[in-house]
Ligand binder design. Structure first.
Ligand code: CA
Length: 234
C-alpha cells in the first residue's frame, strides 16, 4: 500500500544532529526537508507547507522563537522544539509562543518519534470538523462525555468538581500537548499566572490525579513537568 508521506521540516544548524534526526525520520517513513538557519526555514516552510516542524532554538541567524512566531501567524502546523536549552523559562516561552511540544537534548530517538506521532495525530483531530464525534473523548480506560460533563475510568464515573472537570476537559482537548501553568490558568480562571493561582492549579491537579488513581513513577494519565506544566498522556 502506498501512502502519502508526512513532510517534516527539520531546522537544525548542527550537522551531526541534523543527519541523525533526518536518518531517523527517513527510516520511520517520513519525508524530511532540512534547514540550517531560520531564514531558510521560513522559505522552505512557505514553499513546502510541511505537516510538522522540528525546531532547534539556537540558530546562527535568528532565534528559533522567530520561526514559531512566523508560522503561528497563519497556521497550526505542529512544532516540536528540540533544544539544548533546559531551563523552565525557555520551555514556557516556547510553549506559550505556540510550540506544541518541547524536547531537550540529548534526546531519546524513540521518545522523539513518539512525540512526532502524537503531534501529527492531534493536528489531524483539530483539522476535522467536530473534533470528537458525538462529543466524546476516550484514551486508555478513560472516557469523557462533554455534553454530560462526566468523566469515566473503566466505566466508573469519577466525581469531579466543576473546576476539576474544566481542567480535565481542557487537557483532553489538547491531549498530548504540554500545557503551561499560565495557559491553563488563563483558560480556566482568566488572568495571568501568579503564585496564588499556580498554587490553586496545583491543588486541583493533585486532587484530579488522586481521583484518577495516578501513582508516582508510573505512566499515568496526567504527566507533570515541575515548574512548566501538565500534559494528558495518550
Ligand atoms: Ca543550534
Amino acid at each position: 500500500m502506498i501512502q502519502n508521506k508526512y513532510k517534516i521540516l527539520l531546522v537544525e544548524d548542527e550537522v551531526n544532529i541534523l543527519n541523525l534526526v533526518a536518518t531517523m525520520l527517513d527510516t520511520a517513513g517520513y519525508q524530511t526537508i532540512s534547514a540550517k538557519s531560520c531564514a531558510s526555514a521560513q522559505t522552505l516552510y512557505s514553499s513546502y507547507l510541511p505537516d510538522l516542524i522540528i525546531l532547534d532554538l539556537g540558530l546562527p541567524d535568528m532565534d528559533g522563537m522567530k520561526l514559531i512566531e512566523f508560522v503561528r501567524k497563519d497556521s497550526l502546523t505542529p512544532i516540536i522544539v528540540l533544544s539544548a536549552r533546559t531551563n523552565e523559562a525557555d520551555k514556557i516561552s516556547a510553549l506559550d509562543g505556540g510550540a506544541n511540544d518541547y524536547i531537550t537534548k540529548p534526546f531519546n530517538s524513540g521518545e522523539l518519534l513518539a512525540r512526532v506521532r502524537v503531534a501529527l495525530r492531534n493536528n489531524r483531530f483539530s483539522a476535522d470538523e467536530g473534533r470528537y464525534p458525538g462529543r466524546k473523548f476516550a484514551i486508555k480506560d478513560m472516557q469523557i462525555d462533554y455534553d454530560a460533563r462526566q468523566v469515566f475510568i473503566k466505566g466508573e464515573e469519577i466525581k469531579l468538581t466543576q473546576t476539576e472537570y474544566n481542567i480535565v476537559a481542557l487537557l483532553s482537548e489538547n491531549c498530548g500537548k504540554m500545557m503551561t501553568y499560565s495557559s491553563i490558568i488563563k483558560a480556566i480562571w482568566g488572568g495571568c499566572a501568579q503564585e496564588s493561582s499556580i498554587k490553586k492549579l496545583q491543588v486541583n491537579m493533585a486532587n484530579i490525579r488522586r481521583k484518577f488513581g495516578d501513582k508516582p513513577g508510573e505512566t499515568n494519565y496526567i504527566a507533570n513537568e515541575l515548574g512548566v506544566g501538565y500534559r494528558l498522556n495518550e
